[in-house]
Design a protein around this ligand. Structure first.
Ligand code: CJB
Length: 829
């Protein structure tokens, strides 16, 4: 108990100060010790990867000390805790982030230098922890960083997939998926807790049992799998607080299947037990459609059950009355994926802790909050009743019982409006009877959060209209945010240093609102010069990467125009590509003398398509086919290049975002719940070309319309435009670029036919044709602004200056105060 008394606290402080004063010395010794004893190499001969491993372990030691102190402190203070349940966390790399948050970046770099290594080179040795798909998963990671930095007593809970998001390989322009066995070389950032294990049960039957003169339900499960905890310490910045991301791995249970053993089928018995591990083996790569898959449901229950056993055990360590549970526990449902937690808490309280139903229900209604990340009703999860009945029979009963009470209550409130009752029911009666997980989450949560203001409006007026009318007080929103630690300090160190220099403080790293101080300097010519220099260096870094990865040489004086995100029809990468074709066509048809007027562009597109999403895969192929044509056309040269960056992930984003001049966020209005890429680009001084969708509407409020390039139909116009179908007017240029694709100008005529069909003949659901004209105008405005470098630089500075609102620190503070009711619990330094 090293922080039990003030004296030992003083000792810690002194040791820390000594460590800092000692420069790289102490770290150097630790690295060498880890080379010898952890990596088992000679301290006189080790390579970059071994040096990375030894450094990572030296950092991990420091993390563990802080983490222990934090956990002891939390235990002693016993504050209300927030448990963040999420099936996806996109953590990316940990080394740079950890040393920066711990404040030992320079010491590590010095120590390495003395040993003949470079920090940046070693940092590149680390693979990404890609335990998630896209925005939702990276948001969880950003929020963990903010929770730690702001000293909140928080735990993240998720699954430790052995295979993260697939690696994207591009062959002949087509996407191929390869498994991401990210644990191949070990993972120094996690700690296996062999003693923290819980049994998780599946299948079986529910029986009635006599109890206290009445009867009660007893679940007799058919299969048990063991959940083992792997803890990932998450360090805060400028604080000793280091919180836990606890990920569960499935292991075969110790319980022996006696029948198989007795029948002598030893081999099969072992093989069957081993199968248990498949539960946590692979992340589902579809970021919004996995309906009806048993393994997915197993994953959900597995992580929910293990997490709740852990949470309830921690509660019971110091409490005996469950009525205190809501005073000590807040459970956050990150989308519907963990919604089974609701039925599981009811089951534990009623069946295992023997609380009566109403008392248990009263507790449940106070502890859950739910955040939804989608706009589309079809994106909401449904679980077939048959599946649930076989896998979790008792949970199905509980959900039916919740639904019965709720519908009875509802009838009293709204009368016998059967249409509405059936829309609002948790159970959907259709060809396939299913459980609507969003309805379950809404009914049982005290707060339903959207992720931007626009999103929240859509939830209230369309997606969950019925519920909003019933319970307006439940609905709220917390506009998403991203952590400036990762997205400026780690990924753009030169901009970070420049900002600190001009603000005269590093305090913005924890208090990002201070970035607004840059506004006063937005016209300062000295700042302009330094700003441009930083941007140029980042562009050079990106250009080197592009050349190394694709062989394409790009000019850093061209405008770097970037669209990186998951490939989805609604995100409209196709609009971007068709715009590029138009630009190419214009250059080709231009008088040679006019070509000097063209603003050179490097168009960069990156992103993964879900393996089963045919149209998204065709978009990737089209991008590569168009790139092939343009990049090899001597007529075009440096005026236009198109690069598809393969295997887009967090680390690639860290490289690309600081090097972008312009970034595109061009979803059809009303489709992007929030978007968080826009925030990362904004922080890095990249200008946005965007539709007024998701969080962009709020960015406009911060930096003004004049500071970005807006275009496209507005959200309220979209339904009427769609109704026009084939009569909707589209510009000739649009028809002409689509024709080029149809006619095989870029090859693969037959293959692209269905893609072209998606945007023509009344099928243009995402309104590419309608928005094309205004898209081209916005692009022209961007060209014009880019030529005026002074104007561009001012806009860039104002973008960074106006990004403060989009920090996850602000989002988390709102959640803490308004939704979770938790307070900081700072570990003494
Ligand atoms: N989102 O990444 C996902 N996956 C989903 O299944 C549903 C939504 C995204 O979540 C982000 C974080 O809230 C949003 O910014 C983004 O608009 C949304 O598409």
């Amino acid at each position: 108990n090293r922080i039990e008394d003030d004296q030992s606290l003083e000792k810690i402080k002194k040791a820390l100060i000594d460590a800092v004063d000692g420069g790289g010395g102490e770290v150097k010794k630790d690295i060498l010790d880890h080379v010898e004893y952890t990596v088992a190499r000679s301290r006189f001969s080790f390579d970059d990867f071994e040096a990375y491993q030894a450094l990572a372990h030296s950092v991990r030691d420091r993390l563990i000390e802080r983490w222990h102190d934090t956990q002891i402190h939390f235990k002693k203070k016993d504050p209300k805790r927030i448990y963040f349940l999420s099936l996806e966390f996109l953590m990316g790399r940990s080394l740079s982030n950890s040393v920066i948050n711990l404040g030992i970046r320079d010491q590590c770099a010095d120590a390495l230098k003395e040993l003949g290594f470079e920090f940046e080179v070693l940092a590149e040795q680390e693979g990404d922890a890609a335990l998630g798909n896209g925005g939702l998963a990276r948001l969880s990671a950003c929020q963990m960083d903010s929770l730690a930095t702001m000293d909140y007593p928080a735990w993240g809970y998720g699954l430790r997939y052995q295979y993260g998001l697939f690696r994207q390989v591009i062959l002949d322009g087509y996407q191929h998926e390869q498994p991401d066995y990210w644990l191949n070389f070990g993972n120094p950032w996690e700690i296996e807790r062999v003693h923290v294990t819980y049994p998780v049960k599946f299948y079986g039957t529910v029986e009635d049992e006599n109890f206290n003169g009445g009867s009660r339900k007893v679940w007799l499960p058919g299969e048990t799998v063991e959940a083992v905890a792997y803890d990932n310490p998450i360090p805060g910045h400028g604080t000793r607080n280091t919180i836990t991301l606890r990920l569960w791995a499935a292991k075969p249970s110790d319980q022996i299947d006696m029948e198989s053993y007795n029948t002598g089928d030893y081999i099969n018995a072992v093989v069957n037990r081993q199968r248990a591990e498949t539960i946590s083996s692979v992340l589902y790569p579809d970021d919004r459609s996995y309906q009806g898959k048993e393994l997915r449901l197993k994953q959900q229950y597995f992580f929910v059950s293990a997490s709740l056993q852990d949470i309830i055990r921690r509660f019971k360590d110091s409490h005996s009355n469950f009525d205190d549970f809501p005073e000590k526990v807040a459970l956050q449902l990150n989308d519907t994926h963990p919604a089974l937690a609701i039925a599981e808490v009811m089951r534990v309280l009623v069946d295992e802790e023997h609380l009566d139903w109403n008392r248990a229900w009263g507790i449940v209604c106070k502890i859950f909050s739910f955040t939804t990340h989608t706009v589309l009703p079809e994106g909401l999860e449904k679980v077939p009743v048959d599946l649930l009945e076989s896998l979790l029979p008792r949970h199905l009963q509980i959900i039916y019982d919740i639904n019965f009470d709720y519908i009875e209550e509802l009838k009293k409130r709204i009368g016998l409006d059967y249409d509405r009752l059936s829309r609002m029911s948790i159970v959907e009666d259709g060809a396939v009877k299913s459980i609507r997980m969003a309805n379950l989450a809404i009914v049982c949560s005290h707060t339903v959060n959207g992720v931007s203001r626009v999103h929240s409006e859509l939830l209230k007026t369309r997606v969950f209209k019925d519920f909003y009318e019933l319970w307006p007080h439940k609905f709220d929103y917390k506009t998403n945010g991203v952590t400036q630690r990762r997205w400026i300090v780690v990924s753009n160190p030169s901009l970070s240093a420049l900002i600190s220099k001009w603000l005269g403080t590093e305090a913005w790293i924890r208090d990002v609102g201070l970035l607004a101080g840059l506004q006063e300097q937005a016209a300062n010519v000295d700042l302009h010069e330094e700003w441009r220099m930083v941007r140029k260096v980042n562009k050079m870094r990106l250009a080197e990467y592009i050349e190394a990865m694709s062989g394409i040489k790009v000019s850093v004086s061209a405008m770097f125009d970037v669209q990186i995100k998951r490939i989805h029809e609604y995100k409209r990468q196709l609009l971007n590509i068709l715009g590029i074709i138009h630009r190419y066509d214009c250059i080709k048809n231009m008088e040679r003398s006019d070509r000097t007027k063209v603003v050179p562009r490097v168009c960069i597109i990156g992103g993964k398509a879900a393996p089963g999403y045919e149209i998204a895969k065709k978009i990737i192929k089209l991008c590569n086919a168009v790139a092939e044509k343009i990049n090899n056309d001597p007529d075009v040269g440096d005026l236009l290049k198109l690069v598809f960056i393969p295997d887009y992930n967090v680390s690639v984003a860290e490289l690309v975002i600081p090097g972008a001049d312009l970034s595109q966020h061009i979803s059809t209005a009303g489709h992007e719940a929030s978007g968080t890429g826009n925030m990362k680009f904004l922080m890095n001084g990249c200008l946005l070309l965007a539709t007024e969708d998701g969080s962009t509407a709020e960015i406009i409020e911060e930096i003004g319309e004049d500071n970005m390039f807006l275009f496209g139909a507005k959200m309220h116009e979209v339904p009427a435009l769609r109704e026009k179908g084939p009569t909707l007017k589209v510009p000739l240029q649009f028809a002409s670029v689509v024709r080029m694709v149809r006619d095989g100008y870029f090859g693969f005529r037959d293959y692209f036919e269905s893609l072209c069909d998606k945007v023509e003949g009344g099928n243009d659901f995402y309104l590419l044709g309608y928005d094309f004209q205004s898209y081209l105008e916005a692009q022209a405005a961007a060209d014009k602004a880019f030529v005026d470098q002074e104007k561009w630089t001012r806009m860039s500075i104002l973008s960074t200056a106006g990004s403060g609102r989009f920090s996850s620190d602000r989002t988390i503070e709102e959640y803490a105060e308004k939704t979770w009711g938790i307070e900081p619990c700072k570990c003494p330094f």
